[in-house]
Ligand binder design. Structure first.
Ligand code: PRP
Length: 205
């Protein structure tokens, strides 16, 4: 049995469709209920829907053998897992954004609001820029509008959220896509099953 942690939401549904096409279907997952675990014994797969930012925790600790996780989470939390495949979906970028008229003159400590504290710290440390991190948990775009921060470090996908809040990208930090990750022990003990699945999914990308 391969245990697969899928990120709850649109990305997870897209990825499940790929797994289904690759021969790892689990019809009960399509039932309209609030169950979180689905199994197809015949195909030897069990899927779990988990919060996207928790996928790497399930995989790192072996509660799931494999999972689908954004490169943003992998960069921020550096879980001890194998990254086996770029799924070429869930594409977006980590960026610095601010109000259109904001210009960093480098004279003051820069106030940075973000969910991605480690990514932001690493980026500004490499630039030698002094920052004051304000850790938020969501709706980061509000911070510069209300004067809580000068800039934000956040995910930009379509750019709509920034545009609708009169903000703009100032600097790009790195690009992001969904990755297939594996627990290290599972990869050792279920090598063939995991490698076969990865090869079949890869063929579809
Ligand atoms: C993410 C991100 C931005 C938005 C970007 O938020 O933090 O707010 O998506 O997408 P866009 O460029 O297509 O507008 P998410 O929906 O994860 O919610 P959050 O406010 O909890 O971060």
């Amino acid at each position: 049995m391969i245990n697969i942690a899928l990120p709850k939401g649109r990305l997870g549904e897209k990825v499940y469709a790929l797994f289904e096409k690759a021969g790892y279907e689990c019809p009960s997952i399509k039932e309209n209920n609030r169950k979180l675990i689905f199994e197809n014994e015949e195909k030897a797969v069990r899927y779990f829907w988990v919060k996207p930012s928790d996928v790497s925790i399930y995989v790192e600790r072996g509660a799931a053998d494999i999972g689908i996780c954004g490169k943003d989470i992998l960069t921020e939390y550096t879980p001890d897992v194998y990254e086996l495949l770029d799924m070429k979906t869930g594409i977006c970028r980590m960026a610095v954004a601010a109000k259109k008229d904001f210009y960093d003159d480098g004279q003051h400590t820069l106030k940075v609001a973000t969910k991605f504290v480690n990514c932001a710290k690493a980026y500004y440390t490499a630039k030698g820029r002094d920052i004051d991190i304000i850790k938020l948990n969501g709706s980061i775009e509000i911070a510069p509008i209300l004067g809580l921060s000068d800039v934000i470090v956040d995910i930009v996908e379509t750019g709509t959220t920034l545009k609708e809040n009169d903000l703009e990208v100032k600097e790009e930090i790195f690009s992001i896509s969904a990755r297939l990750i594996a627990n290290k022990a599972s990869f050792k003990f279920k090598t063939e099953a995991v490698e076969t699945l990865v090869a079949k999914v890869k063929e579809l990308l």
